[in-house]
Design a protein around this ligand. Structure first.
Ligand SMILES: Cc1cc2nc3c(=O)[nH]c(=O)nc-3n(C[C@H](O)[C@H](O)[C@H](O)COP(=O)(O)O)c2cc1C
Length: 222
């Protein structure tokens, strides 16, 4: 059955105390009731410019740090531009493609990177990008728990991002990951019409029966 109930934590404050617990404009139409952080996560474009205190951002990164990774390699790295490092944040902002101009408002931008070879034997680490994804998801879910919103982006200049990595001590063994915009939820009315329309569109997913093949193909798990 499709659940359209808003999560009961909706009226609580996020853990950071910065804002009420966040939830998407349309409740996530999940096929089962999920843990609140998953149920209330979405990728917004309306962000407040209000600064996010460093200790809160550090908690998000601490959540990322505790993600599982193959051989406990922890191939992820994060470069953070926030209100206390406005020049570096501007450097990250300048990487964004025009279609992600909305993210320039974000008080925190994080550029991620991943080490493509194992430290123990320098062989290619086939699953390193997957490990980065797990760490990023931890960060996103912690953000929701804190009353923040976070939106990942692949739309930025990868070649310029690579130069930023090199300039900041991450050598050629590191690849560019994604950019994440983080902040408090913003006013949807501050967006231009086309972004507002996208922001208010119901979110969707492929049905579970399409992506989960119980017992292999042909068994839909019912
Ligand atoms: C690796 C990755 C790259 C993405 N790149 C962009 C992007 O450049 N711009 C954008 O607006 N959204 C981007 N998104 C957000 C997706 O569009 C969004 O997650 C998807 O539409 C599902 O919506 P939801 O996160 O609200 O559930 C990206 C998401 C991921 C995971």
């Amino acid at each position: 059955m499709i659940s359209h109930t808003r999560n009961p934590t909706h009226t609580n404050r996020g853990r950071s105390g910065l804002s009420p617990a966040v939830s998407p404009p349309h409740p996530t139409p999940s096929e089962a009731e999920l843990t609140p952080e998953i149920q209330n996560r979405w990728s917004p474009r309306a962000l407040s410019t209000r600064p996010v205190p460093r200790d809160v951002t550090r908690r998000l990164l601490e959540a990322a740090r505790w993600a599982p990774s193959s051989f406990n390699e922890q191939p992820w790295r994060f470069l953070i531009g926030d209100s206390e490092s406005p020049e570096f944040r501007e450097t990250l902002r300048d990487l964004l493609m025009d279609g992600n101009a909305w993210a320039r408002r974000a008080p925190v931008l994080i550029l991620s990177a991943w080490r493509s070879r194992l430290t123990k034997n320098d062989k290619p680490n086939r699953v390193a990008f997957r490990d980065l994804g797990a760490a990023e998801e931890n960060l996103l879910l912690q953000a929701v728990a804190e009353g923040l919103v976070a939106h990942q982006m692949g739309g930025f200049s990868v070649s310029d991002a690579e130069a930023v990595l090199r300039e900041h001590g991450l050598g050629s063994e590191f690849e560019v990951g994604v950019m994440t915009a983080i902040g408090l939820p913003g006013d949807v009315d501050s967006l231009d019409e086309s972004l507002r329309e996208r922001e208010l569109k119901p979110r969707g997913r492929k049905p579970l029966s399409e992506i989960a093949l119980f017992g292999g193909a042909g068994d839909n798990g019912d």
